[in-house]
Design a binder for this molecule. Structure first.
Ligand SMILES: Cc1ncc(COP(=O)(O)O)c(C=O)c1O
Length: 411
């Protein structure tokens, strides 16, 4: 390690985020993050694809952007335009797509293009932490809209839009994860999508559609994307290969009108996202994506079953949850006396990592006794053992659950 003798701190500009914590490794029982199932990464297929594409086109690595221009590898954008049409009803061509370094970069580019300090955006009340932290850092006011089993509630959205209008505030966008919402796992039905688009048109507020879990649906059926249903091109659509193939590849994409893409391209100053990843994905996905995804979702579904069984066995009625329609997360409500920010600390000391609810919500009190569990990355055995340990830690600290595996316990 470099010896730290020079003091950089007086040089740091104001407004930097707090320093990052040093990584200390994954917890023994890790239910955090959007990590995927290690057994479901198509390693063999990726190896073959990598070899084939490098043999054929390896020399194009000599150019920034593989001679496909700043929007990213053309063959991958071609794959995406066909896939988005087939699965989500989106009619777009390769020129409408910008490949980025994970959909996190998509969030950054959309935000950098549209937002200024003091702006307001509308967002689902329980939502992706990465979206919330970005908005907080930008000094943007995030108005949370409650959800039900069909996603963002339109009555609450209509009220919020009317309230804001009365106060002279026009939100910059409505951010939604309509197809397997993070963290609640809901899918917004087509009728509600129509209502959402109507409100967005009525108030002149565009929609920012984050569809990164849309491939992971148990029955494989999804409503058309908001982007596909929009009549006036007021939807920016983003997606990712993180959840369907592998998050470490860091490949995501944006579909938007050129008026927006051209602004985002001007802000994307990294001279292109990782090219090798884009080449391998195009080579692998074009022939294999449609057979890979059902295998992946079948495996994820069995892990969800294991998690729900383990929670029922260890927490009984103390753990409430709605069965998600797909994805990799379960959003769990524990009794009100459980403070999941505290539970997070003590569980971590015992080797169990969970995501505490308040970090995933605009309403910290509502989410205070909630937690998010990722069931994709732990094994079935780790899920069972980890949940048993979590119940033990929770009982010691908060007195619930009183019974585990039908055995009465003393706190
Ligand atoms: C809703 C949502 N959007 C975006 C991301 C970012 O994913 P990536 O940058 O890996 O594409 C995540 C990751 O978990 C997410 O849950």
């Amino acid at each position: 390690m470099t010896s730290a003798t020079f003091d950089f701190s007086p040089l740091l500009p104001a407004g930097l985020p707090a320093p990052a914590a040093k990584w200390t490794g994954l917890a023994k029982y890790s239910f955090v993050g959007g990590n995927n199932d290690p057994d479901q990464v198509p390693v063999e297929g990726l190896i073959h694809s990598m070899t084939a594409v490098l043999e054929r086109e390896g020399t194009t690595l000599a150019t920034y952007g593989l001679a496909s221009g700043p929007q990213g590898y053309h063959a991958l954008r071609e794959f995406l335009s066909a896939k988005l049409k087939r699965d989500a009803g989106i009619h777009c061509v390769a020129e409408d797509i910008l490949l980025v370094s994970g959909s996190l970069q998509a969030l950054d580019l959309v935000n950098a293009t549209l937002l200024a300090r003091g702006d307001t955006v509308i967002i689902e009340r329980d939502t992706y932490q990465g979206a919330l932290t970005r908005l907080a850092r930008l000094g943007v006011n995030a108005v949370g809209i409650p959800l039900d089993h069909e996603g963002m509630r339109m009555d609450a959205l209509a009220t919020a839009l009317a309230d804001l209008k009365r106060r002279g505030v026009t939100p910059k966008y409505i951010y939604t994860i309509p197809t397997v919402q993070n963290p609640t796992g809901t899918i917004m039905p087509e009728a509600r999508r129509t209502e959402l688009l109507k409100l967005s048109e009525q108030y002149g507020v565009p929609i920012f559609e984050d569809d990164c879990y849309a491939d992971l649906i148990w029955d494989g059926r999804r409503p058309p994307a908001l982007h596909a249903m929009s009549r006036n091109g007021n939807v920016i659509h983003i997606g990712s290969f993180s959840k369907s193939i592998a998050p470490a590849l860091r490949v995501g994409f944006i579909v938007a009108p050129w008026a927006m893409l051209s602004r985002m391209l001007a802000l994307k100053t990294d001279a292109g996202s990782g090219a090798l990843e884009q080449m391998v994905l195009a080579e692998y996905c074009t022939p294999h994506f449609t057979s890979h995804v059902p295998k992946l979702t079948r495996g994820l579904r069995t892990k969800l079953d294991t998690l729900m069984e383990a929670l029922n066995e260890q927490f009984g009625t103390s753990a409430e949850f709605e069965e998600p329609k797909g994805g990799i997360f379960l959003w769990v409500k524990l009794p009100d006396q459980v403070d999941t920010l505290k539970l997070y600390q003590s569980a971590l000391s015992a080797g169990v990592a969970i995501n505490p609810g308040p970090e995933w919500s605009t309403d910290k009190a509502h989410a205070g006794s909630r937690l998010r569990l990722c069931f994709a990355s732990p094994s079935h055995q780790q899920i069972r053992e980890g949940i048993a340990l979590l119940a033990e830690v929770c009982r010691k600290e908060f007195g619930v659950p009183a019974r585990s595996a039908n055995v009465e316990k003393r706190a």
